[in-house]
Design a protein around this ligand. Structure first.
Ligand code: COA
Length: 147
């Protein structure tokens, strides 16, 4: 991370972290769907530790769950101190992407091949989060509109 990514405190700006996490999630979604995909929701974005300028940032993204056109991608961000090698888990988030067909409308994505219990657990947890997202979406929208 370079000085142009920093805020006034010398830490990497949170918006920059969200941007590159979104890009990593997008690549993960598109590689699964083999279609263009757009972000439809971001949640549980956590900022556990600051990322310092000079740190080597790494992002891991994986598809946790798929519906018809939507996919939940889990993203984990780590920062490595290039001299000491110390690695810190700095951020996590869930991104929901929707695959788009040639007509620009949501299109079906392939099923996930779940190969072990851990993948099955993540899929189930993703399905439950998506259900909560969808049931909470109208209420959240109302609260935003009330501002
Ligand atoms: C993504 C988009 C095409 C979806 O259109 P839509 O009319 O809401 O489509 P649908 O209602 O059919 O929903 C499509 C899927 O998205 C899911 N979805 C829609 N809104 C969601 C939300 N807020 N949270 C989670 N999932 C959501 C639906 O559950 C559905 O999933 P499924 O197909 O797996 O069952 C439209 O919302 C859009 O263009 N959004 C803007 C995207 C964008 O500009 N992103 C930023 C830049 S990449």
């Amino acid at each position: 991370m370079m000085p142009e990514h920093a805020n006034n405190y010398g830490n990497v700006h949170g918006g920059w972290i969200v941007k590159i996490a979104d890009e990593a999630a997008a690549i993960s979604a598109m590689r699964h769907a083999r279609r263009p995909a757009v972000t439809v929701a971001i949640d549980s974005m956590s900022f556990k530790s600051p990322v310092k300028v000079g740190a080597l940032m790494s992002i891991s993204a994986s598809v946790n769950w798929v519906g018809h056109a939507s996919m939940e991608i889990g993203v984990k961000v780590t920062a490595e101190h290039p001299i000491t090698g110390e690695v810190t888990h700095t951020n996590s988030a869930y991104f929901v992407f929707v695959a788009l067909g040639d007509d620009g409308k949501p299109c079906e994505v392939p099923d996930l091949e779940l190969v072990d219990d851990e993948e099955r657990r993540r899929f189930q947890a993703g399905a439950e989060r998506q259900q909560r997202r969808r049931s909470g979406a109208n209420e959240r929208q109302r609260d935003v509109l009330a501002l």
